[in-house]
Structure formats: C-alpha cells, structure tokens
Design a protein around this ligand. Structure first.
Ligand code: MLT
Length: 408
C-alpha cells in the first residue's frame, strides 16, 4: 500500500504568499472597482534590462539554428556564467571562490528548500524568527521540525532565534548548548522579512559558533544587491572561516528582475566538510540527479548581468526599488509608525498601530486603503504585531500607497 509523507499533513494551512494572494483576489472579485495596490509578495515590477533581453534574443536565435542549437547543458551550469559569478561577485570583493564551487539553479526558493536533501533528518535546525517561511516549511516536510503547535505558532523540534524590537531584528547568537545546539543554522541578510542587515561582527559571531560546534550555516543572500553601506558584508565568505562552515544562496530575482525568468546559484566551498564528507560533492550528486540545468538562454541573460552595461542597468533597477523602499520608510515614519529596513533592503518592516494583530492590520489596509502587504505573523511568532511592505511596486503605486496611509 502506498503511503504519503505524512509530515505534509502537519503543515498548517497554506503557504503564506498563497494565502495573501487568495485574500487579495477575493477582495478584487468582490470590489472590482477598487484600485488595489500590491506591496505584499516581493515580486518585481520593472521589465528586464535591455542587456538581458538582448541576451535572451541572442540565445533564442542560437537555439533556432542547427549549428548553434544546444540540448542538455551541464547540470551545474555553464562555465561562462559560473566564471562571471566567481570573478564579479567574489574575486572583486577579495573572496576566492572557484567556478566549480558554484551551482546554477532556478531560484533561491528551490535551493534553500532543496538543500535539506543532503542533510540527515536528525539534524537540529535553527531559524531566526521572523523568517522566510520556506526554511521552516521545507524542514517540516523533511521531518526535521517535529510537530506544529497552533497555540504558539512554533514547531517543537526547531530552535527559534527571535528577532525583536530590542535587538533591532538582528538576532545575535543565543545560548545554544546541549539539546538546543543547532546543526543547521539558516541566516538571511539583508533580511527577509525585516529588511535589517548584519554587520561583520554580527556575522562573525555566527561563523565562530558554527566552526566551534561543527554546525553548517545556510546563508541566504538573495537581497545582497541592496546593500549600500560600505561596512556591511555582501557575502558570508567575507568572514574568515566561513568557507569551512557556510553555504551561500544568491538569486537573480531581486537584482535583475528574474522572478519570472528563474535563475539563482548556490555556493558550496570545497573546504566545507561534514564528518569528513564534502558537501560540494554531495550537492553535485543531488543536483545532477534531480536537475537538468537552468535553460541556456536564461543563463545567457544572467551572464549579461555581469557585463559593464548589464551591471549599470541592473544597478538602476536596484536603485529604483531602493528609492521606493525609502519613500515607504520615511512616509510611514512621518505617519507615526515605528519602522525597520528600507535601507540596504527593499523591505520595510513596521509595528502595527495600537494592539492590532498582523492579520487585523492586513484586513484594515486591504479593506480601508486597498493596499496589500504581508502580515508579520506569517513569518513566525516573533512577527506577530508587525507587518511587511515592499519597495518592489511601481513608483506611482508606492507614492499613492504611502499617501493613503498618511491620509489616515
Ligand atoms: C517574499 O515576498 O518574501 C519573496 O518574494 C518570496 C520569494 O522570493 O520567494
């Protein structure tokens, strides 16, 4: 008799952004005249850069001719893209990463979700709270999270490291010993959802902890392009020793607008070993078995991001969203909200007014002001009473949304 993976049955409700989308669609159906502004899911609104579009067209052209047609590519990604990443994202920052330590993929959501395949179910997992829900849900699916308690909003086998107003939503390394000692630690900076960033000293504390305790850090750097402060590290590998304890995930979604195109990469240094086994070799085995490579034309477009024109045009996209985030941050602050993020990040995190719960505030914004955001409690129990807005909307809608909020 077939049996399902009953860990799936332990998952509460639906995935956060599916729920937000469902409520948004229901409202629009019931109020077709409403001009609803979406600042919920972190999806980009500007088109691809001319350089990326040109690369896609060139790729399509190559695929249309027998002499230049390509079938399956290397599962790990084409050398031209892996070399560009190693040269620009790492060597230019003084970090030595070999192209064969880079695995091209179809998105950081997939990569951060799939990475659990190479780790035993017995690993103890720590997540910051609030947290990008993919880390939690995929560990629950793998049986690493234990049972979900709806009363606390927590999984009983996960270690939650709370981000709070007191630590400005940058949780430090807590006392993690004995049964509370994690083997796998998910970190995301600039942070989703709070928009906060970690200093070198703050990341060093995590790296030192991981090295001392044989833990592995899973570092999500999907929002790295938004860092403008020269003191803030762009990569975990700027921290000495991180190449022996950390995996890094990067994405083309939020910098180059590839949310619909799909391209990302995962860096696993060859020095990184668990029990003497190379994680690079394990992931290579997993990736080449379960993945047949990101489309050639998409990898061409990703490589175009590293050309001089591509870099300038990509930076212009990021700058645009950063200005939007700044408009939201300053507008909300003027309206009396307590805010975090919006600087070095496309996300603005705010305290809901009064004693409103995150979902009450969601309903208020949607029903009264026709604005969609994301309830903080959807990112974990420490997000309760908080809310996230994104700078990824159009400039016009961003200004309109802020005016609606300030008008109240
Ligand atoms: C978000 O809104 O948190 C992100 O868009 C989700 C994602 O990148 O998958």
């Amino acid at each position: 008799m077939a049996r399902i993976n009953d860990n799936f049955l332990k998952l509460p409700g639906s995935y956060l952004f599916s729920e937000v989308g469902k409520r948004r669609r229901a409202y629009i159906e019931a109020h077709p005249e409403a001009e609803v502004i979406s600042l919920g899911i972190g999806d980009v609104t500007l088109p691809l850069t001319p350089t990326a579009v040109e690369a896609l067209k060139r790729g399509a052209d190559e695929m249309s001719r027998a002499e230049t047609f390509r079938g399956y590519g290397p599962e790990q990604g084409y050398a031209f893209l892996r070399e560009a990443i190693a040269a620009v994202d790492y060597a230019e920052r003084g970090i030595s990463i070999d192209p064969d330590e880079i695995f091209i993929s179809d998105g950081s959501k997939s990569d951060t979700g799939n990475i659990g395949d190479i780790f035993a179910a017995e690993n103890k997992v720590a997540v910051c709270d609030p947290v990008y829900p993919v880390y939690v849900d995929t560990n629950a699916m793998a049986g690493r999270a234990g049972s979900y308690d709806p009363a606390t909003g927590k999984w009983d086998n996960l270690i939650y490291v709370p981000g709070t107003a007191d630590n400005d939503f940058v949780p430090g390394v807590p006392d993690l010993r004995g049964k509370n000692a994690p083997d796998l630690i998910y970190l995301c900076f600039p942070n989703n959802p709070t928009g906060t960033v970690a200093t070198k000293a703050q990341l060093k504390a995590w790296v030192d902890y991981a090295l001392e305790n044989d833990a592995v850090i899973l570092f999500d750097g999907a929002y790295e392009a938004y860092i403008t402060d020269p003191e803030i590290p762009h990569s975990i590998y700027e921290i000495p020793g991180a190449d022996e304890c950390a995996i890094e995930f990067r994405s083309f979604s939020k910098n180059a607008g590839f949310t619909g195109l799909r391209c990302s990469f995962t860096v696993i240094p060859k020095k990184l070993k668990v029990g003497g086994v190379s994680l690079n070799a394990l992931w290579n085995r997993r990736h080449s078995t379960k993945f047949n490579g990101t489309p050639y034309i998409v990898q061409l477009a990703a490589a175009s991001v590293y050309t001089p024109e591509g870099r300038a045009q990509t930076q212009a996209l990021v700058d645009h969203y950063l200005v939007n985030a700044g408009i939201i941050r300053s507008g909300l602050a003027e309206a009396g909200y307590k805010v975090w993020g919006g600087v070095n990040s496309p996300y603005v995190w705010l305290k809901t007014p009064g004693n409103m719960s995150s979902w009450e505030f969601f309903d208020y914004l949607l029903n009264e002001l026709n604005i969609v955001g994301t309830p903080g409690s959807g990112f974990g129990p420490a997000g309760a009473g908080y809310f996230r807005l994104t700078g990824f909307g159009s400039r016009e809608n961003t200004i309109k949304a802020v005016e609606r909020i300030k008008g109240r």
